[in-house]
Design a binder for this molecule. Structure first.
Ligand SMILES: Cc1cc2nc3c(=O)[nH]c(=O)nc-3n(C[C@H](O)[C@H](O)[C@H](O)COP(=O)(O)OP(=O)(O)OC[C@H]3O[C@@H](n4cnc5c(N)ncnc54)[C@H](O)[C@@H]3O)c2cc1C
Length: 371
């Protein structure tokens, strides 16, 4: 197949990779350069955490996340690049006064993941001390999810870009797509627009697809990067709090990502004072070593979400739209890309094992709300 992909964010790149693996020809279009840009994929914390996200996420997100977990290390190995990828799991903790929050979280996880009891366990102070000694003074209980992992998106995106270029994908960078329809991608050109024709076209523009997808909305997320040599945390940590839920993602060189807000707004402006205060106060309450940390960056972006906050593949002959990755683009990306390839190869004969993932022959009506 000769496939054209509009949008080279995380799902566009993963899809291109899987299509090339299957021997197809791929052309990518993106408004940004190959190794940088405004994709939500560059802002993400890179958490691959289906178990802890299961509290609020739907079963489809969980299933795609579980299917993707083992695919990440395989992909990173194939890339052969220096991508910071870590396993070691997540610790979910709470302050004593917020025990109710922790109990609610723990009960929901136990109810939703009943069949997977081996994938999480309740730790007391000694258990916490064995894994993260610097947290054991503050926290007397934690829920531990050992299978969860995380990666550095700012290493992965350029590494995937380089690997795709090396495999001879045709890449139209700095090229704004103006329209995507069956078999055709139109882009802005010096003399108006120019169209390219393919066997199949895939729309992976995330929020950029909004003009053609009425139901799509952006959900603002703010994330702080701090350098904290006085903190030594090796695993993902989530703090349950009635108002400021927080995660801390350890990176190399004493860097920690502290995030993230989730605000129903398509506001891409800088982080607010309120969000900074909330994130930093919660981080300081988690570990006092954050007091002397240096703030090295503050990132803001909007997550592309459909009304039910679940991903969807809208398919018709010649056109596939992949969108609604919301806060789980990395978590679900590899499995979503595999599903997309199977759908492109088999068309309406393909039946996904992920219930409700594919919408057949409704590309225009469902997403615009017409009819
Ligand atoms: C603060 C924050 C933290 C997050 N943390 C995590 C996390 O820990 N784990 C996780 O799994 N997910 C996380 N996410 C979610 C994740 O970033 C998104 O789900 C994911 O990036 C969506 O992927 P996408 O490829 O659909 O869109 P994007 O990554 O936004 O990519 C869209 C691409 O399309 C291009 N494009 C758009 N319009 C056009 C146009 N007209 N012409 C040409 N190109 C165009 C853009 O340049 C971009 O490259 C986080 C998001 C935020 C904001």
């Amino acid at each position: 197949m000769n496939v054209g992909i509009a949008g080279a964010g995380i799902i566009g790149r993963l899809l291109a990779w899987h299509l090339l693996e299957k021997g197809h020809q791929v052309t990518l279009f993106d408004k940004d350069p190959v190794d940088s840009g405004s994709a939500a994929a560059y802002t993400a914390a890179g958490m691959l955490t289906p178990y802890s996200e299961a509290e609020t996420a739907e079963p489809r997100v969980f299933d795609l996340g579980i299917a993707s977990l083992p695919l990440w290390p395989q992909l990173i190995k194939q890339l052969g690049a220096d991508v910071h990828y870590r396993t070691g799991g997540t610790l979910v903790v709470t302050h004593r006064q917020d025990q109710g929050e922790f109990n609610r979280f723990s009960t929901t996880i136990h109810q939703k993941l009943n069949a997977m009891q081996g994938q999480f366990s309740l730790l007391e102070r000694t258990g916490i001390n064995e894994l993260e000694p610097e947290l054991s003074d503050h926290f007397h209980q934690a829920l531990y999810m050992p299978e969860e992992a995380w990666l550095c998106c700012c290493c992965l995106m350029p590494a995937l870009g380089d690997a795709l270029m090396a495999r001879k994908v045709a890449w139209h960078s700095n090229t704004e797509v103006t329209d995507v329809c069956a078999g055709e991608i139109s882009v802005k050109a010096r003399s108006g627009t120019r169209s390219y024709h393919f066997d199949h076209v895939v729309d992976c523009r995330g929020m950029g697809a909004k003009p053609q997808m009425d139901g799509l909305r952006g959900v603002r997320g703010e994330l702080l990067w701090v350098r904290a040599p006085e903190v030594n945390i090796k695993r993902l940590v989530r703090l349950m709090h009635p108002r400021y839920r927080l995660y801390v993602v350890p990176r190399r060189d004493d860097l920690y990502l502290i995030g993230a807000t989730q605000i129903e707004s398509e506001d891409y402006r800088e982080i607010t004072v309120r969000s900074s205060l909330e994130l930093l106060s919660a981080a300081y309450s988690l570990h006092s070593g954050f007091a002397e940390a240096r703030i090295v960056d503050a990132k803001v972006n909007c997550r592309p979400a459909l009304p039910d906050n679940q991903p969807k593949l809208f398919w018709q002959e010649g056109l596939l739209r992949v969108n609604g990755l919301f806060r789980h683009g990395y978590l679900m990306g590899p499995a979503l890309a595999q599903e997309s390839v199977a759908l492109l190869e088999q068309g309406s004969n393909y039946r996904s094992s992920f219930s409700g993932l594919i919408d057949y022959d409704n590309v225009e009506t469902v997403i615009t709300g017409a009819a």
